[in-house]
Design a protein around this ligand. Structure first.
Ligand SMILES: CC(C)(COP(=O)(O)OP(=O)(O)OC[C@H]1O[C@@H](n2cnc3c(N)ncnc32)[C@H](O)[C@@H]1OP(=O)(O)O)[C@@H](O)C(=O)NCCC(=O)NCCS
Length: 129
């Protein structure tokens, strides 16, 4: 696992456009796993938001997203992050199942959040002691 650099922007953008995800924001905290998966976060003090996570289509279902997010959460915890938030399309069963498996809980719903009027599910992982 390593921090993402500008050199990763091309392959990250390719996966993002294939998965219909927002484009990488270079000033966020981002990690990559062997050009197979990336996770992009925005941290502010003790809270952090997962902006985007994706795995190369051919590499899905092998545990890479789970491994990467667990790694990111422990690195961010070292920086003082206690609460992790994310938004996910209500139709994204794979991602919702992944997040639940990692301990994220649904805390609210934003109706008609996306351009196609799909709702966003807001989830939180609280690692506060
Ligand atoms: C969502 C995504 C990141 C999952 O990555 P992945 O590496 O395939 O996930 P993992 O192999 O680590 O799976 C971990 C858990 O997630 C869940 N999961 C993953 N893919 C799933 C699927 N297709 N259907 C249902 N559950 C799924 C399972 O609970 C799985 O645990 P299990 O293997 O013990 O059953 C991947 O499908 C992806 O890149 N999707 C496109 C981008 C996207 O939608 N990102 C999220 C929104 S920003």
């Amino acid at each position: 696992m390593q921090l993402a650099t500008e050199q990763d922007s091309e392959w990250i953008a390719a996966i993002q456009s294939g998965a219909n995800l927002p484009l990488w924001k270079p000033n966020s905290t981002s990690w990559v796993l062997e050009k197979k998966a990336f996770a992009i976060w925005q941290a502010a003090a003790s809270e952090c938001e997962l902006l985007s996570v994706a795995v190369e289509p051919a590499e899905r279902g092998k545990g890479f997203a789970k491994t990467l997010i667990e790694y990111c959460c422990s690195e961010l915890a070292k920086l003082g992050v206690e609460k992790f938030f994310l938004e996910v399309r209500e139709s994204n069963i794979a991602a919702i199942s992944l997040y639940k498996k990692m301990g994220f809980k649904k805390i609210s719903e934003r109706k008609k959040y996306y351009a196609n009027e799909e709702a966003a599910i807001v989830m939180e992982l609280n690692r506060q002691k």
